[in-house]
Ligand binder design. Sequence first.
Ligand SMILES: NC(=O)c1ccc[n+]([C@@H]2O[C@H](COP(=O)([O-])OP(=O)(O)OC[C@H]3O[C@@H](n4cnc5c(N)ncnc54)[C@H](OP(=O)(O)O)[C@@H]3O)[C@@H](O)[C@H]2O)c1
Length: 446
Amino acid sequence: MIWDYYNGKTLFITGGTGFIGTALLCRLLSQSSPKRVYVLCRGGSDKAKAKWTDMLPPSAAQILTENERMTILDGELGNTARMSLSEETLQMLKQTVHIVIHTASSAQLYSSLRELAYTVLAPSIFLTQYALKFPNLERFVFLSTAYANAHLWKSHESTDISVDERIYPLGREEEDYYKVALGAWSAVQKTGSSDEYDAHDFPWPYAYAKHLAERLVQQKAAERNKMDKVLIIRPSVLGPADKFPYPGFATSHGAPSTVCAAEYMLHPGRRIRLSTRCENPNQESTIDEVPVDVVVDRTLVHVALRTSGCVHAVSGEQGRLSTEEWWRVFKKERRLPWNAKPSWVSDDWHSPNLHQMARRFKIIGTSFAFSQGRTVKVVEKLGAGEKENLRLFADRSKPYSLHLRRHHIRLQAVEVAKKEKWPVCSARLLCQKGKAVACPDENVKA
Ligand SMILES: NC(=O)c1ccc[n+]([C@@H]2O[C@H](COP(=O)([O-])OP(=O)(O)OC[C@H]3O[C@@H](n4cnc5c(N)ncnc54)[C@H](OP(=O)(O)O)[C@@H]3O)[C@@H](O)[C@H]2O)c1
């Protein structure tokens, strides 16, 4: 049984108060009995508990706030492996931890590479180096993004880019890409950029930072002959949970397409300017949104089954949505009496003439077919009963809907209104009312 694997194990988790981290802790602690789960949190126990209480209904929050198996460590990731922890704590983690799950990261797509060196790259490198010294380490998990390879949209002509669960070197295939990665890391630290970054068109510096971090994490593992211990999970665009900890679970900023819906909801015009190179963009361009519980279950299953290397946590070719499908659902939610539709142009994805959501997310108007063969293979090893209780694939048996995220769309819309200096009541008026949380308690087995 997958959950048995975690019984008696000691885990160290970063980013435990984030979207994925919270869902992962709820799932792990409600399904298995680890010996101890250490959670690194800036601000310590009070801050973590306040965040969980704020984002979860009481029955789910309780799993985390009153859990005797969990210890919250007040610390922060940064430019050293110390994480602001005492030497004694660092030694204790080293001696006891079996599994490290590193989900903490800056989500600032547009931070400069200099900043991302501090918020994404250095913490991941130092944590990897530190964890690989643990004598009992069974798995080090690094949360990356499927869009670490989004530059492929620009280097290929197809309108549907296939992306495999592997590293795509940025230099020539025959080059030693670990060496190249070390050179790029050194350049980023010295100059705030690198030749390979300049040579490829990534949508955001963040995507390149994750691409480079993946290679550096693997390089550190290769150096110590521990490649088999490293698992890289690449989620696509996170969406609310299908089922765990309850249907619709999300954080207020965690799901990018909720943010888009809020912005489009308030768009006063009839046309929303988006960029594409597809001939029939409404049908051909797609969004791969993955429910957060699918990301969590894929991660926990692959760890338990000792997978190493890269794994996509995505909806995949069958589960992704066309822009048309997404727009049809959005239209039902929009309250302005006139419709807003995409107005497709062939501008570059960095063009300043696009709607601000297209300028921010850039992958709108593209299409990626992320493979998920490694999860399909792993499923073959699971028994029928076990499969039934896991969320390894997005549930597309029900029609896609924005219904369960109305509350978050409204919150986002209020933020947009404040930023634009529009009356806040306009945002409330133009967005449907939704419940903050809907938590059928049977989903949360304490
Ligand atoms: N959201 C998406 O659509 C998406 C898609 C693909 C991949 N991902 C990746 O998945 C992972 C988790 O994403 P998420 O959406 O769950 O993130 P999130 O909700 O933004 O949460 C980030 C977490 O990281 C912590 N954190 C950030 N910087 C830290 C630091 N310097 N020291 C200690 N803790 C720090 C935050 O702590 P505080 O509570 O103190 O802020 C928070 O717990 C990230 O690696 C992200 O890049 C996300």
